[in-house]
Write a protein that binds this ligand. Structure first.
Ligand code: NDP
Length: 228
Protein backbone atom coordinates (compact mmCIF):
# COMPACT_ATOMS: atom_id res chain seq x y z
CA UNK A 1 0.00 0.00 0.00
CA UNK A 2 1.38 3.44 -0.90
CA UNK A 3 1.25 6.25 1.68
CA UNK A 4 -1.44 8.89 1.11
CA UNK A 5 -0.24 12.15 -0.38
CA UNK A 6 0.35 14.91 2.14
CA UNK A 7 -0.36 18.63 2.02
CA UNK A 8 0.26 21.64 4.25
CA UNK A 9 -2.37 24.36 3.73
CA UNK A 10 -1.54 27.83 5.05
CA UNK A 11 -4.62 29.87 6.05
CA UNK A 12 -7.51 27.42 6.46
CA UNK A 13 -9.78 28.90 9.14
CA UNK A 14 -12.54 29.67 6.62
CA UNK A 15 -13.26 30.28 2.93
CA UNK A 16 -11.18 28.54 0.29
CA UNK A 17 -8.51 27.28 2.71
CA UNK A 18 -11.12 25.46 4.77
CA UNK A 19 -12.77 24.18 1.59
CA UNK A 20 -9.43 22.88 0.30
CA UNK A 21 -8.71 21.11 3.60
CA UNK A 22 -12.10 19.37 3.42
CA UNK A 23 -11.73 18.36 -0.22
CA UNK A 24 -8.14 17.09 0.07
CA UNK A 25 -9.10 15.12 3.21
CA UNK A 26 -12.15 13.67 1.44
CA UNK A 27 -9.86 12.46 -1.34
CA UNK A 28 -7.64 10.63 1.13
CA UNK A 29 -4.79 13.11 1.48
CA UNK A 30 -3.03 13.58 4.83
CA UNK A 31 -3.86 17.23 5.58
CA UNK A 32 -2.10 19.64 7.91
CA UNK A 33 -3.76 23.07 7.91
CA UNK A 34 -3.01 26.32 9.74
CA UNK A 35 -5.12 28.91 11.53
CA UNK A 36 -3.97 32.14 13.12
CA UNK A 37 -5.32 31.46 16.59
CA UNK A 38 -6.37 28.38 18.53
CA UNK A 39 -9.90 29.79 18.80
CA UNK A 40 -10.37 29.16 15.04
CA UNK A 41 -9.63 25.43 15.10
CA UNK A 42 -13.16 24.04 15.39
CA UNK A 43 -14.19 23.81 11.67
CA UNK A 44 -10.91 22.08 10.78
CA UNK A 45 -11.07 19.76 13.77
CA UNK A 46 -14.49 18.64 12.58
CA UNK A 47 -12.82 17.24 9.43
CA UNK A 48 -11.65 13.67 9.99
CA UNK A 49 -7.88 13.21 9.99
CA UNK A 50 -6.94 16.89 9.57
CA UNK A 51 -4.08 18.07 11.79
CA UNK A 52 -4.35 21.71 12.84
CA UNK A 53 -1.32 23.97 13.22
CA UNK A 54 -0.95 27.65 14.04
CA UNK A 55 0.62 30.39 11.91
CA UNK A 56 0.32 34.16 11.68
CA UNK A 57 1.94 34.42 8.28
CA UNK A 58 3.25 37.97 8.71
CA UNK A 59 5.02 37.21 12.01
CA UNK A 60 8.55 35.81 11.57
CA UNK A 61 8.53 34.35 15.11
CA UNK A 62 5.29 32.50 14.40
CA UNK A 63 6.82 31.11 11.17
CA UNK A 64 9.95 30.01 13.01
CA UNK A 65 7.85 28.26 15.66
CA UNK A 66 5.82 26.43 13.01
CA UNK A 67 9.01 25.34 11.23
CA UNK A 68 10.39 24.01 14.51
CA UNK A 69 7.19 22.12 15.29
CA UNK A 70 7.10 20.58 11.81
CA UNK A 71 10.76 19.68 12.22
CA UNK A 72 11.63 17.31 9.36
CA UNK A 73 8.04 16.38 8.41
CA UNK A 74 7.77 16.10 4.62
CA UNK A 75 4.86 17.25 2.44
CA UNK A 76 4.15 16.50 -1.19
CA UNK A 77 2.43 19.89 -1.51
CA UNK A 78 2.64 23.19 0.37
CA UNK A 79 -0.36 25.40 -0.53
CA UNK A 80 -0.03 29.03 0.61
CA UNK A 81 -3.65 30.14 0.46
CA UNK A 82 -3.86 32.97 3.04
CA UNK A 83 -4.52 36.46 1.74
CA UNK A 84 -6.44 39.67 2.41
CA UNK A 85 -8.54 42.01 0.25
CA UNK A 86 -6.93 45.14 1.66
CA UNK A 87 -8.46 48.57 2.27
CA UNK A 88 -12.27 48.66 1.96
CA UNK A 89 -12.13 51.53 -0.54
CA UNK A 90 -9.44 49.89 -2.75
CA UNK A 91 -8.16 53.30 -3.80
CA UNK A 92 -4.52 54.38 -4.05
CA UNK A 93 -5.58 57.91 -3.11
CA UNK A 94 -7.37 56.91 0.07
CA UNK A 95 -5.35 53.97 1.38
CA UNK A 96 -3.01 54.74 4.26
CA UNK A 97 0.66 53.75 4.21
CA UNK A 98 -0.08 51.27 6.96
CA UNK A 99 -2.95 49.64 5.02
CA UNK A 100 -0.83 49.35 1.88
CA UNK A 101 2.11 47.95 3.84
CA UNK A 102 -0.09 45.33 5.47
CA UNK A 103 -1.65 44.37 2.12
CA UNK A 104 1.67 43.88 0.34
CA UNK A 105 3.26 42.18 3.33
CA UNK A 106 0.38 39.70 3.62
CA UNK A 107 -0.30 38.97 -0.05
CA UNK A 108 3.17 39.19 -1.58
CA UNK A 109 6.08 39.07 0.88
CA UNK A 110 4.80 36.73 3.60
CA UNK A 111 3.84 33.88 1.20
CA UNK A 112 7.41 33.88 -0.14
CA UNK A 113 8.86 33.87 3.36
CA UNK A 114 6.69 30.88 4.20
CA UNK A 115 7.82 29.02 1.08
CA UNK A 116 11.50 29.82 1.65
CA UNK A 117 11.44 28.83 5.32
CA UNK A 118 9.44 25.62 4.79
CA UNK A 119 11.19 24.48 1.60
CA UNK A 120 13.13 21.78 3.54
CA UNK A 121 9.71 20.30 4.42
CA UNK A 122 8.80 19.82 0.75
CA UNK A 123 9.52 16.45 -0.88
CA UNK A 124 12.63 17.16 -2.97
CA UNK A 125 11.88 14.59 -5.69
CA UNK A 126 8.34 15.65 -6.66
CA UNK A 127 7.27 18.48 -4.33
CA UNK A 128 4.86 21.20 -5.43
CA UNK A 129 4.35 24.68 -3.96
CA UNK A 130 1.05 26.38 -4.76
CA UNK A 131 0.57 30.08 -4.12
CA UNK A 132 -2.95 31.48 -4.17
CA UNK A 133 -2.75 34.31 -6.68
CA UNK A 134 -5.65 35.86 -8.62
CA UNK A 135 -6.48 36.83 -12.18
CA UNK A 136 -6.40 40.37 -10.79
CA UNK A 137 -2.61 39.92 -10.46
CA UNK A 138 -2.27 39.51 -14.23
CA UNK A 139 -0.96 42.74 -15.81
CA UNK A 140 -2.56 41.76 -19.11
CA UNK A 141 -5.89 40.28 -17.99
CA UNK A 142 -6.43 41.80 -14.55
CA UNK A 143 -5.90 45.52 -15.04
CA UNK A 144 -9.28 47.23 -15.26
CA UNK A 145 -11.20 44.49 -13.44
CA UNK A 146 -11.23 46.52 -10.22
CA UNK A 147 -9.46 46.35 -6.85
CA UNK A 148 -6.19 47.81 -8.25
CA UNK A 149 -4.25 47.74 -4.97
CA UNK A 150 -5.22 44.14 -4.31
CA UNK A 151 -4.38 43.24 -7.93
CA UNK A 152 -1.00 44.96 -7.56
CA UNK A 153 -0.30 42.93 -4.42
CA UNK A 154 -1.01 39.71 -6.33
CA UNK A 155 1.09 40.94 -9.29
CA UNK A 156 3.88 41.50 -6.76
CA UNK A 157 3.35 37.94 -5.51
CA UNK A 158 3.58 36.64 -9.09
CA UNK A 159 6.82 38.58 -9.59
CA UNK A 160 8.37 37.40 -6.33
CA UNK A 161 7.45 33.81 -7.18
CA UNK A 162 9.15 34.18 -10.60
CA UNK A 163 12.27 35.44 -8.79
CA UNK A 164 12.06 32.62 -6.21
CA UNK A 165 11.84 29.95 -8.91
CA UNK A 166 14.94 31.32 -10.64
CA UNK A 167 16.99 31.04 -7.43
CA UNK A 168 16.16 27.36 -6.91
CA UNK A 169 18.62 24.76 -8.09
CA UNK A 170 16.19 21.83 -7.85
CA UNK A 171 15.07 21.09 -11.44
CA UNK A 172 12.28 18.87 -10.08
CA UNK A 173 10.53 21.66 -8.14
CA UNK A 174 6.97 22.39 -9.26
CA UNK A 175 5.32 25.76 -8.58
CA UNK A 176 1.76 26.88 -9.37
CA UNK A 177 0.28 30.36 -9.08
CA UNK A 178 -3.43 29.58 -8.77
CA UNK A 179 -6.53 31.66 -9.57
CA UNK A 180 -9.47 29.99 -7.79
CA UNK A 181 -12.15 31.70 -9.87
CA UNK A 182 -14.39 34.37 -8.37
CA UNK A 183 -15.80 32.54 -5.36
CA UNK A 184 -18.50 33.25 -2.75
CA UNK A 185 -16.38 33.67 0.39
CA UNK A 186 -16.03 36.52 2.89
CA UNK A 187 -13.56 38.02 0.43
CA UNK A 188 -15.30 37.15 -2.84
CA UNK A 189 -18.73 38.36 -1.63
CA UNK A 190 -22.27 37.17 -2.27
CA UNK A 191 -22.34 38.10 -5.98
CA UNK A 192 -19.51 35.77 -6.99
CA UNK A 193 -20.65 33.09 -9.47
CA UNK A 194 -18.74 30.12 -7.99
CA UNK A 195 -19.34 28.25 -4.76
CA UNK A 196 -16.46 27.10 -2.56
CA UNK A 197 -17.06 23.44 -3.31
CA UNK A 198 -16.80 23.82 -7.12
CA UNK A 199 -13.67 25.95 -6.91
CA UNK A 200 -11.96 23.61 -4.43
CA UNK A 201 -12.85 20.44 -6.37
CA UNK A 202 -11.28 22.05 -9.45
CA UNK A 203 -8.16 23.14 -7.55
CA UNK A 204 -7.71 19.72 -5.93
CA UNK A 205 -7.87 18.06 -9.37
CA UNK A 206 -5.34 20.57 -10.73
CA UNK A 207 -2.97 20.17 -7.79
CA UNK A 208 -3.22 16.38 -7.91
CA UNK A 209 -2.26 16.43 -11.59
CA UNK A 210 0.59 18.91 -11.00
CA UNK A 211 2.44 16.88 -8.34
CA UNK A 212 5.65 15.67 -9.94
CA UNK A 213 5.43 18.21 -12.80
CA UNK A 214 8.44 20.53 -12.56
CA UNK A 215 8.38 24.19 -13.58
CA UNK A 216 6.21 27.26 -12.97
CA UNK A 217 2.60 27.67 -14.10
CA UNK A 218 0.10 30.52 -13.65
CA UNK A 219 -3.34 29.04 -14.12
CA UNK A 220 -6.93 28.94 -12.92
CA UNK A 221 -8.84 26.24 -11.01
CA UNK A 222 -9.88 24.59 -14.28
CA UNK A 223 -6.34 24.39 -15.62
CA UNK A 224 -6.59 27.31 -18.06
CA UNK A 225 -3.23 29.13 -18.33
CA UNK A 226 -3.30 32.84 -17.47
CA UNK A 227 -1.25 35.59 -19.13
CA UNK A 228 1.34 37.29 -16.89
P1 NDP B 1 -11.25 34.70 3.10
O1 NDP B 1 -11.16 36.14 3.50
O2 NDP B 1 -12.54 33.98 3.22
O3 NDP B 1 -10.14 33.84 3.92
C1 NDP B 1 -8.83 34.30 4.00
C2 NDP B 1 -8.03 33.29 4.79
O4 NDP B 1 -6.66 33.77 4.89
C3 NDP B 1 -8.52 33.13 6.22
O5 NDP B 1 -8.33 31.80 6.64
C4 NDP B 1 -7.62 34.07 7.00
O6 NDP B 1 -7.48 33.79 8.38
C5 NDP B 1 -6.31 33.80 6.28
N1 NDP B 1 -5.32 34.85 6.53
C6 NDP B 1 -5.40 36.16 6.19
N2 NDP B 1 -4.31 36.82 6.61
C7 NDP B 1 -3.53 35.90 7.24
C8 NDP B 1 -2.27 35.96 7.89
N3 NDP B 1 -1.60 37.10 8.02
N4 NDP B 1 -1.77 34.82 8.42
C9 NDP B 1 -2.43 33.65 8.33
N5 NDP B 1 -3.64 33.53 7.73
C10 NDP B 1 -4.17 34.64 7.20
O7 NDP B 1 -10.70 34.66 1.61
P2 NDP B 1 -10.86 33.56 0.45
O8 NDP B 1 -11.02 32.23 1.03
O9 NDP B 1 -11.82 34.08 -0.52
O10 NDP B 1 -9.43 33.71 -0.24
C11 NDP B 1 -8.37 32.79 -0.06
C12 NDP B 1 -7.27 33.15 -1.05
O11 NDP B 1 -7.79 33.16 -2.37
C13 NDP B 1 -6.69 34.56 -0.81
O12 NDP B 1 -5.29 34.53 -1.06
C14 NDP B 1 -7.39 35.39 -1.87
O13 NDP B 1 -6.64 36.53 -2.22
C15 NDP B 1 -7.50 34.40 -3.01
N6 NDP B 1 -8.53 34.69 -4.01
C16 NDP B 1 -9.86 34.66 -3.68
C17 NDP B 1 -10.83 34.90 -4.63
C18 NDP B 1 -12.28 34.84 -4.33
O14 NDP B 1 -13.08 35.11 -5.26
N7 NDP B 1 -12.71 34.52 -3.11
C19 NDP B 1 -10.45 35.20 -6.04
C20 NDP B 1 -9.03 35.22 -6.26
C21 NDP B 1 -8.13 34.95 -5.29
P3 NDP B 1 -8.42 34.55 9.48
O15 NDP B 1 -9.70 33.81 9.56
O16 NDP B 1 -7.60 34.45 10.74
O17 NDP B 1 -8.58 35.97 9.04
Amino acid sequence: MTAPRSILIIGASRGLGLGLAGEFAAQGWAVTATVRSAAQQAPLQALPGVRVEQLEMTDPDSLEQLANRLNDQQFDVIFVNAGVAGPEHHSTAQASAEEMGQLFLTNAVAPLRVAERLLPNLAAEHGLIVFMSSILGSIEAGAGLGMPLYGASKAALNHLVQCFVRTQDNPKLGVVLMHPGWVRTDMGGADAPLDIDSSCKGMVAQVSAAVGQPGLRYQDYEGNPLPW
